[in-house]
Design a protein around this ligand. Structure first.
Ligand SMILES: Nc1ncnc2c1ncn2[C@@H]1O[C@H](COP(=O)(O)OP(=O)(O)O)[C@@H](O)[C@H]1O
Ligand SMILES: [Mg+2]
Length: 307
């Protein structure tokens, strides 16, 4: 199946001459939840803005649903909903109008039932007659989500959807993402909260300095990198590991003072057996500690390595 989004050799220079995206290529499959991770300034918002035709690519090709975003602008744009990172202000507009007008902008007929469903789903129904300026930051963000959903996009972009929002909105956001995904909507979200990607995404891409440095299935990434580490501090240094421990895949470190064991946190731990076998081999230890290599560490390491 053709990807719903295809980006080829995308470069983006800002007018200042700064290159925010560098020869970036990426394909997104229809129906997936794709998390784009990267530190501040990595280029996440620039990429999303370019995909949504808010910023112009300097060179490269972008297709959405097979439509070229420049040659077939209207068709491509119609498929896309965006919940932007910054909250734009139309202070006097009423919540209901803001949301329902969004359909008109895309040439779609009015659909009051849908608007009501969306507003209720986002706990906005009792605020529908309020002016935008009377809403709290969290409520404004809910309106942005409602607006993006009002024209029934096939692809939804969420730029830092949960940065600085309260727990309740965060929970609602994830519920909505879940139900959209169930309906087959493709979701691309940016975040610098790794936990979020860990929870929701099917695939993860890491962007740094305007370049995609890694794209992987989340499960594979976690399985590969989400390991725990056990350090056994020995009472006496060891010259070599005894044969009785060979099957554990251990490392001897710190001049024989430490045994290090990496293990898959998803599987049942072998640690009780390991410790029993260590004792049975006549090795005394004075301390133990475990630490976890989370997606967070992995991410920090990746970004550092690229710096
Ligand atoms: N309008 C602009 N003009 C010049 N540089 C910009 C502009 N917008 C963003 N940048 C720069 O482009 C880089 C990427 O920014 P952005 O896409 O907002 O990153 P992110 O969303 O990952 O934090 C940053 O270095 C930022 O300073
Ligand atoms: Mg951003």
């Amino acid at each position: 199946m053709a990807p719903i989004i295809s980006v080829k050799s995308l470069d983006k220079f800002y007018d200042s001459g700064f290159q925010a995206l560098k020869n970036l290529s990426l394909e997104i499959e229809e129906g997936e939840v794709f998390a784009l991770l990267g530190p501040n300034g990595a280029g996440k918002t620039t990429l999303i803005s370019t995909l949504c035709s808010l910023a112009k690519p300097t060179s490269g090709e972008i297709r959405i649903g097979g439509f070229d975003i420049q040659d077939d602008y209207r068709e491509a744009r119609r498929l896309v909903g965006l919940v932007p990172q910054e909250i734009p202000t139309a202070p006097f507009e009423k919540v209901y109008d803001t949301v329902s007008l969004s359909r008109g902008l895309f040439g779609l007929p009015k659909n009051p039932d849908l608007i009501e469903t969306i507003l209720r789903e986002l706990s906005l129904w009792d605020k529908k007659d309020n002016a935008m300026m009377a809403l709290s930051g969290g409520m404004k963000r809910r309106v942005l989500v409602a607006k993006a959903l009002a024209h029934e996009p096939r692809v939804l972009f969420l730029d830092e959807p949960t940065a600085g929002v309260d727990v309740e909105l965060r929970r609602d956001m994830w519920r909505i993402v879940g139900s959209l995904r169930d309906r087959g909507v493709t979701i691309i979200l940016t975040t610098h909260y790794i936990g979020e990607a860990e929870e929701m995404a099917d695939r993860v891409g890491v962007i740094n300095n305007g370049q995609i440095i890694l794209v992987e299935e989340k499960k594979a990434l976690m399985a590969k990198l989400g390991r725990k580490k056990l350090v056994v501090e020995l009472s006496e240094p060891l010259e070599a590991l005894p044969d009785a421990l060979k099957h554990y895949d251990l490392l001897l470190a710190d001049e024989g003072q430490q045994i290090i064991y990496y293990y898959d946190q998803a599987k049942d731990s072998d640690i009780p057996n390991l410790l029993r076998d260590v004792s049975a081999a006549g090795i005394q230890f004075r301390d133990l500690n475990t630490s976890q290599s989370s997606l967070e560490d992995i991410f920090v390491d990746l970004v550092k390595a690229e710096a």
